[in-house]
Design a protein around this ligand. Structure first.
Ligand SMILES: Cc1cc2nc3c(=O)[nH]c(=O)nc-3n(C[C@H](O)[C@H](O)[C@H](O)COP(=O)(O)OP(=O)(O)OC[C@H]3O[C@@H](n4cnc5c(N)ncnc54)[C@H](O)[C@@H]3O)c2cc1C
Length: 506
């Protein structure tokens, strides 16, 4: 008998999201976090990408919106020193919510405690021991050293993951030498925001919005709201810095002077961060009863994607571990976590490394590449594709070996639904994180097929116009596991549904 079902090491955004998903599925979870309090050093400035949809599908987005209290920023995003503008698209594929990382963690931690997770702060994991039935961790806590055992341990313990090292999982890749500084400051009255979106600054004159490559690095300026400036520099800086020491306005001003060769007036700091870029990927996300998620599993050399990727790892993993703990997981279900999320991580590495090439290139060929891409980004289709790539929403999870309807593997659309009880939506159905067979055409025979799984699969009959399929089987992470075309006869739809139910839900 283990102390708990799952031990999550690390109470960053990934570990807390995983704890939330596990608790939704009724799994016992202990979160071990070495810091006695939330780290107040600002890292991510907000949430962006696909995780915003997932949080809405869990009924959690409103908590983050309330904590943010700030207007949603204009849908624009940096991409390798270029500026991608999603404002021309009717439905921007990449959106963000401004909320400094310590506040993201505070909202999540409050929620997971409400859900009944046991979050133990001041508890550092030092060792690991695994046997075929369980895994134990050695912990140094406020009351001394002790052991905790569980069915699984998930290392959500960040870039320098001890769990990853103890499991012997390689974390290969490269590091880049530039120091990046990113700050949101209030806009001082002397810096004018012009109607065309550019700026006038005393002693400098015209400053173009977006990125400027100089002989000494990269400078960027933009405004998410008219009262604020987002300022960024990137330079090869031989001085090392300490992550634990917050950046100052003076440090930023000095960097701007080196990169731009001018003094830019800056207002009051709102958030300030500095970082270097690394491209690293854990060789495996699973070694027996030990799994990795978030920064412990991947590190990307461009901003704005890591929290999204880590929290999406958690959502993919949570229900699979829960199924295993509950005893109904089909063989190989937990392994699909590595298959699906390692592929997603590789894709994020692909585009963030492409951004490094775009950003760092200083010769005329690199200039030509930037010009070419800027030209492509004037068209809607490439902008949409890049947006989905950054958001992590173009990653699909097909069901291997089974016939694929085009919807299979995609994130379920938030259809408005009419049921016998009233109106609802797909997002609302996903609040409980249970698999759903959504019958959109009153197909009794399909519902009958699914009844064999009704202890774990919700069966919902509803109408929506127009309907994208006669029925959808939706995984707890809101990806479509199976779909049947409008009017497809039961002699093909029924067996295909049975195969998909067996593949995903045992
Ligand atoms: C300056 C800076 C700016 C950034 N800006 C952005 C941004 O704009 N957008 C974005 O998406 N990302 C950004 N990131 C990256 C983002 O902060 C990380 O991707 C994110 O924190 C990863 O979350 P995580 O939960 O996987 O890991 P972490 O947040 O690193 O959490 C790991 C947790 O594990 C704990 N821990 C570690 N070892 C142990 C142990 N042995 N025992 C117990 N607990 C342990 C740590 O104390 C920590 O709380 C930035 C990072 C930095 C440094």
């Amino acid at each position: 008998m283990t102390d708990t079902d799952v031990i999550v090491v690390g109470a960053g955004p990934t570990g807390l999201m995983l704890a939330a998903e596990l608790r939704l599925a009724g799994v016992g979870v202990v979160v071990l976090e070495r810091r006695p309090r939330i780290n107040e050093v600002a890292k991510a400035g907000g949430l962006g990408g696909q995780i915003l949809h997932v949080l809405r599908y869990r009924g959690l987005l409103e908590r983050f919106e309330a904590a943010s209290g700030r207007p949603r920023p204009t849908p624009q995003f940096p991409f390798g020193g270029l500026h991608v503008d999603f404002t021309r698209l009717a439905e921007p594929p990449m959106e963000a919510l401004l909320l400094p990382q310590p506040r993201i963690e505070a909202v999540l931690e409050e929620y997971v405690r409400e859900c009944g997770a046991d979050v133990r702060r001041g508890h550092e994991v030092l060792g690991l021991d695994e046997d075929p039935a369980e895994v134990s961790v050695d912990v140094r806590g406020p009351d001394g050293a002790h052991r905790v055992s569980a069915r699984y341990v998930v290392g959500c313990d960040g870039v320098r993951s001890r769990v990853r090292d103890l499991a012997g999982i390689a974390f290969t890749g490269v590091s880049y030498p530039e120091v990046n500084r990113l700050a949101h400051v209030t806009r001082p009255p002397s810096v004018t925001l012009r109607e065309d979106g550019d700026y006038e600054a005393p002693g400098i004159g015209l400053l173009r919005s977006g990125y400027t490559q100089t002989d000494h690095g990269m400078f960027a300026i933009a405004s998410m709201t008219p009262d604020e400036l987002t300022v960024y520099t990137s330079e090869e800086d031989p001085d090392t810095y300490d992550d634990e020491i917050p950046m100052t306005v003076t440090e930023l001003a000095d960097s701007i002077r080196r990169v731009l060769g001018a003094d830019l007036p800056l207002g009051e700091p709102i958030t300030m961060t500095r970082f270097t870029y690394h491209a690293r990927h854990a060789e495996r996300y699973r070694a027996g009863r030990i799994l990795l998620a978030g920064d412990a599993a991947h590190r990307f050399p461009a901003g704005g994607v890591a929290v999204n990727a880590g929290m999406l790892d958690a959502v993919n993993l949570g229900w699979k571990l829960a199924a295993d703990v509950a005893g109904w997981a089909p063989t190989g279900l937990v392994d699909t976590y590595h298959d699906e999320r390692h592929r997603a991580g590789a894709r994020t590495l692909m585009h963030t490394q492409a951004q490094v090439a775009l950003r760092r290139g200083a010769d005329p060929a690199a200039e030509a590449l930037r010009e070419l891409l800027s030209e492509l980004l004037l068209d809607e289709d490439p902008v949409r594709r890049i947006g989905r790539l950054i958001a992590g929403s173009d990653v699909t999870h097909p069901t291997p070996g089974l016939d694929q309807h085009p919807l299979v593997g995609t994130f379920a659309p938030d259809l408005p639904l009419r049921t016998a009880e009233g109106t609802t939506t797909v997002a609302t159905l996903m609040h409980t994180a249970r698999p759903v067979l959504l019958d959109l055409a009153d197909r009794e025979a399909l519902r009958e097929t699914a009844r064999g799984w009704q202890d774990r699969v919700e069966i919902v009959t509803a109408r929506t116009d127009p309907r994208p399929a006669d029925a959808l089987l939706i995984r707890p992470d809101a990806h479509i596991a199976w779909a049947t075309d409008v009017g497809e006869p039961h002699d093909t739809a029924g067996p295909a549904l049975r195969d998909a139910l067996t593949y995903w839900f045992g």
